[in-house]
Design a protein around this ligand. Structure first.
Ligand SMILES: [Zn+2]
Length: 145
């Protein structure tokens, strides 16, 4: 695993997972407050299955990967200034640059949200808190006495 942004732990957060925002009662992910054109790295080897410029999320990609303990995960990166095309990318490769695009932003930031299996916008329970996901240490479980 690689953090999607440099200096991950020090980056200021905006809206966190589950918070009420200016546009909804439950924020589906976490907002990372970084300047426009900050590189975004693939956290895992992944496939970008969707890439486009949308009204609310602005320039957005969906990156799909499999993670032990979670299974198939769809990560959405939103409000980008630039993004990679649909296709397969290795872990750590730059898959976009942050921005401030779309209607649901009030300043430069990267929105990341994570879904199990597929994105179901109305099913909040299917989203994963990015702060927990990216803090998850995949060490071998201790067995025995
Ligand atoms: Zn957001």
């Amino acid at each position: 695993m690689r953090y999607p942004l440099k200096n991950w732990k020090k980056i200021k957060r905006g809206y966190k997972f589950g918070e009420k925002t200016f546009y909804s009662s439950f924020h589906l992910g976490t907002d990372y407050l970084v300047p426009v054109r900050t590189p975004v790295y693939a956290p895992y080897s992944c496939e970008i299955t969707r890439a486009g410029d949308f009204l609310e999320g602005g320039k957005t990609i969906h990156a799909v990967f499999s993670v032990r303990g979670y299974g198939r995960v769809v990560a959405r990166f939103m409000h980008l200034s630039e993004y990679a095309a649909i296709g397969k990318y290795g872990e750590g490769v730059i898959i976009g640059y942050t921005g401030n695009t779309g209607k649901l932003t009030r300043g430069p930031h990267l929105h990341i949200d994570l879904s199990r299996g597929k994105v179901m916008l109305k099913n909040f329970l299917n989203f994963i808190d990015p702060e927990i996901f990216f803090a998850f240490k995949r060490t071998s479980p201790k067995v025995g006495p």
